[in-house]
Design a protein around this ligand. Structure first.
Ligand SMILES: [Zn+2]
Ligand SMILES: [Zn+2]
Length: 991
């Protein structure tokens, strides 16, 4: 049988024998392309070659590439769609074109010895309407019957450009015919306009598209204009799973060996058989397909989150769990399915078994989170539904009240209204619960309240909308009420279902069924609309594009082969080959101008692999340029960015280029330090740790990597101490060149796509007597000669940066020394200030803190004691106004609590009293006012008094009749404020 393993190997070997270099599968996470979520086809990792941004390792390549597509997630389960698949392909980068590509494809498809050995009659071919060249080739050279060649337009047989601009061209496809029994049974169509006839793209089940050959013939610019590419390319793609269904004679991909074992393993887990009931089969397929995809995604470092890649992963994990649970599976079942996937695929993808623990841990955590999400979502929905029922019962009164609020008070506070509505409902709910349970009221779950508030907020939005639409007139109130009730009474809105799903991970199916049980409908179209709006923003379709402007800018220089000599030299004689001023080529540049400069050879390292570009000076016979940055905008082109600081520089000048040595060496220490940290992280945390990005500057280094959860202090310390151990081991840093495939075979870590031309550079750190290297990475950066030169490595901190990625920051060498000096200087200062040795400093500061809090308490206690004696003095200041005891004065307390105690103490002595006491604390005046009950009865109110006098201290305040308080910043008004009190009493109470 043609197993998938055999198909993969047959394909790769066939093309290998025909001069193609076999390339390993790249990661599902495209390196260096933030515009692309996932590697979605075989050509994605080769994009820089097609764009001529990098030298390909060979002009003919072949690969079987792991691929993931998000477009069909909701279709998976139907027996046709997949999210994860492998893409077989052969690629020509400016080598062969249409004729050879077709010849190779045909030979492979039909060869019994070396290919698939399919019969000529089972293959139907499609070509682009106007591509006579390809049509003629199939017919004349290959000998396909004209009636087996179908022509299609842009929709089916034209590819690209994948972004705003980029390579584009016609394609030709090979379709396999399962036979007339499998499809619609109709005759073939006569012309492209014949809608009744069958044809290869009929989608009736008779044909499967097996292989797509794309001919990148043109470059299309942003205006849509096409020009012929100088070196046209070929990109082909054949889905491995589809090939399996053809060669194994299964029209359904789930019946092939890709899925048969996974399905039967899951069947014994769930104790049900696959292939009996459509609905159950659907769920089976969702579970195994999604689990397979998850395993590969997590293994490549994707971790569930609420954005980007992590969000897609979370969606498919949750979709799989939901379908699994519907089949009666309980928590953790997905781990077992994942284990089947790992054991089925790890002989081809060794990283799966290496990362097994990590993959299972991630799935387990997500499973747990999903359980919580379902529980929480149900509570929120409960709140949303409850408030609706209350609302429709109480509608007439409530609507009157609140609509009047909105309409009649222009500036109604939205939040305030929401709170009042929520409160209104909760009060009733509590009352009801109490009457049922006989007084016992359990607290409302916090998530129920979230739901209530959310529903109320949505209701208010609707109200406002309707009021605006209806150009509200009081007479319309009745109509408005009806409208609003319709909006909410009998349904959950799409927005709400989306909120539950998007923010709380609550499946829309659950919303639908819980809603139904409460008699509330949900319009799924509305929900889809809300999801669609979200998806638009998440979409990232940009594959190729944008690069042509850069190519154009530097093409005029026509000096693309700059030799980089900076691994050995920091100073180099060179010749000026290109000068750009304001983006245009010029013959010479003069003092003050900011320029771009190209040399025939240079010691300046161009930014790459996270390492910053070099700076320094370029000195000519008549002038000097200071270089601020060095970049490589195109393969083999190195551009220096700088400013002429004296004289001038001409084309063909002989110059001396000198790199800022100190800066370069500090950078090298940090770069080697980054490799040491990477290896240490993998040793301490596990092999799932992968570089996701880095910044190597002279002052510090930053390293981003995949890992779940924050590092513990112990883990951080282990990483730091292992790193420093390896520094002290003084491991040799060795560099050699080899092919990409060979390097990966040796176990080198690659940040895929970052740098790999014909030859790759491998940086190794090993002890002479150890069995394997401590660190082995593909890297184009500059390094020290032995790890001892890195100097001490200090971790500055660790943090999460989203998407399941963590970030470490560290310093080495000079930076570490500076950090040490800074910190010990600080310690020294502190120890001088407190007059103790370093070792005693902590004790001393602890003592100070304790002493301080003790003293604060002491002060409070003594103030309380003073209240008594102080009160005696204050009593003497009481005056009589219309027969009433009035005290209005400033006192010596330090806080408002003591002030109140003073007030209370005075009230206790004088059974009838109006008092206002004031203090100034932190440049703020504080006032309290008290009125004894007998005087409240006479019409004096503490709240009113305080309100009136607070104006004079520029503040406001409030309280009740017996006690009130105020504060204000205008301390200078305090005297006036206090002097007002007797006058107020005089005014309010007649003698
Ligand atoms: Zn058909
Ligand atoms: Zn590196």
């Amino acid at each position: 049988m043609f197993t998938t393993d055999k198909i993969r190997e047959t394909f790769l070997r066939f093309f290998e024998r025909r001069g193609h270099l076999r390339m390993p599968s790249a990661s599902l996470v495209p390196a260096g392309d933030p515009t692309l979520l996932f590697t979605s086809a075989g050509m994605v990792p080769f994009k820089p070659f097609f764009m001529a941004e990098q030298q390909p390792p060979a002009e003919r390549l072949t690969s079987s590439q792991k691929s993931f597509r998000t477009t069909d997630i909701d279709e998976v389960g139907d027996g046709i769609h997949l999210t994860f698949f492998e893409m077989l392909g052969n690629f020509s980068i400016g080598d062969y074109f249409k004729d050879e590509a077709i010849r190779l494809a045909w030979e492979f498809i039909t060869s019994v010895e070396e290919g698939f050995g399919l019969s000529k009659n089972s293959i139907f071919v499609t070509v682009y309407l106007e591509d006579e060249e390809t049509y003629g080739f199939w017919k004349e050279e290959i000998g396909i019957e004209g009636c087996n060649i179908f022509r299609y337009g842009d929709e089916d047989n034209w590819w690209g450009p994948a972004g705003e601009e980029g390579p584009t061209g016609p394609c030709t496809e090979l379709h396999f015919d399962f036979g007339i029994a499998f499809g619609c049974g109709r005759d073939f169509r006569k012309t492209t306009l014949d809608v009744n006839g069958c044809h290869p793209n009929h989608n009736c089940g008779r044909f499967v598209e097996l292989w797509n050959l794309v001919f990148m013939q043109y470059y299309q610019n942003t205006q849509g204009e096409r020009t012929l590419l100088k070196k046209p390319c070929v990109d082909t793609g054949m889905g491995l799973e589809r090939a399996a269904s053809v060669l194994q004679g299964k029209s359904n991909v789930y019946d092939t060996d890709v899925f048969s074992k996974l399905l039967s393993d899951f069947g014994s887990m769930v104790e049900k058989d696959y292939g009996i009931n459509d609905e159950i089969d659907y769920a089976f397929r969702v579970v195994v397909e999604h689990t397979r995809a998850c395993v590969f995604l997590i293994s490549d470092g994707v971790i569930p989150s609420n954005e980007g890649r992590g969000y897609v992963l979370r969606r498919i994990i949750r979709r799989a769990i939901r379908y699994g649970r519907n089949l009666g599976m309980t928590e953790g079942f997905m781990l077992k399915v994942a284990d089947s996937v790992i054991s089925q695929s790890s002989h081809v993808y060794g990283e799966l078994s290496d990362n097994r623990q990590f993959i299972l841990k991630v799935l387990d955590r997500e499973d747990e989170k999903f359980g919580q999400a379902v529980e929480r979502g149900a509570l929120i929905l409960n709140g949303m539904i409850g408030v609706r029922h209350w609302y429709s019962v109480n509608a007439p009164a409530v609507v009157d009240m609140y609509i009047k609020d909105i309409v009649e008070k222009d500036s109604i506070n939205n939040q305030d209204l929401i709170l009042r509505l929520v409160r209104g409902y909760l009060d009733q709910r509590i009352e009801q619960t109490a009457s049922i349970s006989g007084g016992e009221v359990p607290p409302i779950e916090p998530f129920v309240e979230v739901g209530i508030e959310h529903a109320v907020r949505k209701m208010l939005e609707q109200w406002r909308l309707l009021i605006n639409q209806a150009a509200y007139d009081k007479a319309d109130l009745l109509m408005l009420k009806t409208l609003i009730l319709e909006q909410f009474e009998n349904r959950i809105t799409g927005d709400e279902a989306f909120y539950l799903w998007d923010t709380h991970g609550f499946p829309v199916e659950e919303t639908l069924s819980i809603g139904k049980a409460s008699g509330l409908g949900l319009n799924l179209e509305e929900f889809d609309k809300a999801v669609g709006a979200h998806r638009e923003t998440a979409k990232a379709a940009h594959i190729i594009g944008g690069g042509m402007a850069i190519v154009d800018k530097y093409a005029v220089l026509d000096h693309k082969n700059v030799t980089f000599v900076g691994y050995e030299a920091l100073k180099q004689d060179a010749i000026v080959l290109g000068l750009l001023y304001e983006n245009k080529p010029v013959e010479n540049v003069s003092c003050g101008q900011k320029i771009e400069l190209v040399l025939n050879q240079t010691p300046f390292y161009p930014e790459g692999g996270g390492q910053v570009g070099d700076t320094g000076f370029i000195e000519g016979p008549n002038g000097v340029v200071q270089i601020f940055d060095t970049q490589s905008p195109l393969a083999s082109l190195i551009v220096h960015y700088g400013q002429v600081i004296s004289g001038d520089i001409c084309l063909n000048d002989e110059v001396i280029a000198t790199v800022d040595m100190r800066r370069r060496i500090d950078t090298a220490r940090n770069h080697s330090g980054t490799h040491i940290l990477h290896a240490s992280l993998r040793e301490v945390l596990g092999l799932h740790v992968r570089q996701a990005g880095s910044l190597v500057a002279p002052e510090r280094l930053r390293f981003d990597y995949s890992h779940v959860g924050p590092l513990t202090n112990e883990e951080l310390m282990s990483v730091q101490s292992l790193s420093n151990e390896r520094v002290r081991d003084d491991l040799k840093v060795m560099v050699h060149e080899t092919t990409y495939a060979e390097a990966i075979k040796q176990g080198a870590l690659a940040f895929f796509g970052d740098k790999y031309g014909e030859k790759v550079r491998v940086v190794e750190m090993s002890a002479s007597n150890s069995s394997g290297p401590f660190s082995l990475e593909l890297c184009g950066g500059t390094h020290v000669h032995a790890t001892g030169q890195v100097g001490p490595i200090f971790l500055l901190g660790e943090s999460g940066i989203g998407g399941g990625m963590r970030r470490l920051e560290a310093v080495t060498g000079f930076g570490a020394e500076r950090l040490f000096v800074e910190r010990s200087t600080l310690l020294e200062k502190l120890s001088n200030r407190f007059d103790v040795p370093h070792s005693e400093l902590e004790n001393r500061l602890n003592n100070f803190v304790e002493e301080l809090s003790f003293l604060r308490k002491e002060i409070a206690v003594s103030e309380q004691r003073n209240v008594v004696s102080e009160a005696d003095k204050l009593v003497e200041s009481i005056i009589q106004v219309n027969g009433i005891n009035v005290l209005s004065t400033r006192c010596n307390m330090t806080n408002v609590d003591s002030l109140r105690q003073m007030g209370d103490s005075l009230k206790n002595r004088m059974s009838s009293l109006v008092l206002v006491l004031a203090i100034i604390v932190n440049e703020k005046a504080l006032l309290i006012s008290m009125v004894t009950p007998d005087l409240v009865a006479k019409g004096l109110k503490a709240g009113q008094i305080i309100k009136e006098i607070a104006q004079h201290i520029g503040g406001s305040g409030g309280g009740n009749a017996e006690l009130a308080q105020a504060g204000g910043k205008r301390t200078e008004g305090l005297g006036t404020a206090l002097s007002l009190v007797p006058k107020i009493v005089e005014r309010e109470v007649n003698p």
